[in-house]
Design a protein around this ligand. Sequence first.
Ligand SMILES: *[C@@H]1O[C@H](CO)[C@@H](O)[C@H](O)[C@H]1NC(C)=O
Ligand SMILES: *[C@@H]1O[C@H](CO)[C@@H](O)[C@H](O)[C@H]1NC(C)=O
Ligand SMILES: *[C@@H]1O[C@H](CO)[C@@H](O)[C@H](O)[C@H]1NC(C)=O
Ligand SMILES: *[C@@H]1O[C@H](CO)[C@@H](O)[C@H](O)[C@H]1NC(C)=O
Ligand SMILES: *[C@@H]1O[C@H](CO)[C@@H](O)[C@H](O)[C@H]1NC(C)=O
Length: 436
Amino acid sequence: MMALLIALILALTRLVASKAVFAHYMVGSMTSTEASQDITDAIAAGFDGFALNTHTISDTDTWNTDAITYLLDAASGTPFKMFLSFDMSWNLDVSGLGSFLAKFSNHSQYYTTSDGRPWVSTYSGGSSVSNDQWDTEFVQPLVAQGVKPYFVPDFDDWAGYPTGFFDSFPVVDGAFSWESAWPDSGVANVSDSVDESLIEQAHAVGKIYMMRPSPSPLHPFLVWAGSDWYRIGETNLPERIAQILSLQPDFVEVITWNDAGESHYIGNFWPEQIAGTSQGSYANGYNHSGWQQVIKPFIAAYKTGATDIAQIESRSGSPEGAMWYRPLLTSASCASTITNYQQAKDAVNFAVILPSSDTPYTIEVYSNNNLVGKFSGVEGLNYESVPGLQAGGGQSIRVLDGSGNVVKTANGTKDVLNESADASMCNWNYEVVGLS
Ligand SMILES: *[C@@H]1O[C@H](CO)[C@@H](O)[C@H](O)[C@H]1NC(C)=O
Ligand SMILES: *[C@@H]1O[C@H](CO)[C@@H](O)[C@H](O)[C@H]1NC(C)=O
Ligand SMILES: *[C@@H]1O[C@H](CO)[C@@H](O)[C@H](O)[C@H]1NC(C)=O
Ligand SMILES: *[C@@H]1O[C@H](CO)[C@@H](O)[C@H](O)[C@H]1NC(C)=O
Ligand SMILES: *[C@@H]1O[C@H](CO)[C@@H](O)[C@H](O)[C@H]1NC(C)=O
């Protein structure tokens, strides 16, 4: 009886939080105009907020504090909110995080729980910092000032993860996992077993779990960078979407809005943010906003409690979605410089949301103007990774209605090459095109 009562109270506590979907945002130097554009675009794409990945807490890095302020201010008057996500891979001083947070946590656009606790997250920090240190150096000093953070870190660098996570880290209010957004290297589909375990563990103790979808398991592939690697998962985004709908986590954070250094960005990245890096050489001109056409209907479905991709609805009443491919074949001689390149596939990939229809839609896939795949569509989200990507132009998908009329297309703007046109680079970033 007591156990039942406790379970009920825990369940009610959790219900206080309503589902929200964030995008991971790499804070970098920017203007207030660019900040406004990002907020406008992210709202239009269906997001509730950004997790602001901050790799410095130094007062002298005004580019950082300015950018955070621009973003928060730009959202004023909207329901869009943000929280800080401390990038602990930069060895930030734990005892300095609280005073940095306090600079922003009173802002009207800072994301809080319904009882006013400011959310805080991390990338990493589970192995370098102990539970006690988080508690005594970060949480308690803030509590002493009347600010009780709601702490939802990514501690998947902790050696025992995810077994017994909340016993080992009682300091947290919730968890999320970075690495589980992608498959392990090797030929495997992305797994949701870590997420499933943590959802179960979190709910058993009245805490929350935030799950992450990510469109692409790729890092960029620069010959000179020396640390480039590939992870299988051409259809990682729709696969994760299916897992999230089925597991119903409390929150979702899409990786990422603007990490131009890795190929999983779905929004704008700005020149100042990547100045002084080589990221522009492989990300400029590779516009990934087409993925937003897949994510927006997913967000709506997640919030209404859909548990299956068949329940994802087209928002416009006509087909929505995107196609994507890499404009350089895996047989290119530079490929062998990429770790795990053997797992890569030459494919045209798509994720298309179809409305209900008496006669089925058909999705046709072309490479080098040759039909390489043809699929009868079903209501909701359809996705495939279609092998047979060929060098040349004419990379496209067409969606035909039941009468055979082409109602939507996505035409690649980049030819597929046999060999890299730039000897210094093996660029496997995706060409992503939304349906129109
Ligand atoms: C921020 O919130 C804290 C805790 O409620 C309060 O003590 C402090 O005065 C506020 N600071 C500002 C600048 O409003
Ligand atoms: C991955 O999942 C797809 C179905 O979504 C299946 O066809 C394929 O065989 C799976 N791949 C592996 C390696 O398990
Ligand atoms: C990317 O494409 C979208 C949709 O066509 C467009 O609105 C946006 O301005 C483009 N971004 C860049 C940086 O070209
Ligand atoms: C790519 O290589 C194939 C096989 O060697 C060749 O037939 C084809 O013409 C090449 N295509 C381009 C666009 O270079
Ligand atoms: C894609 O290409 C086809 C064939 O050239 C054309 O009919 C269609 O209008 C194009 N779609 C878009 C969105 O430009």
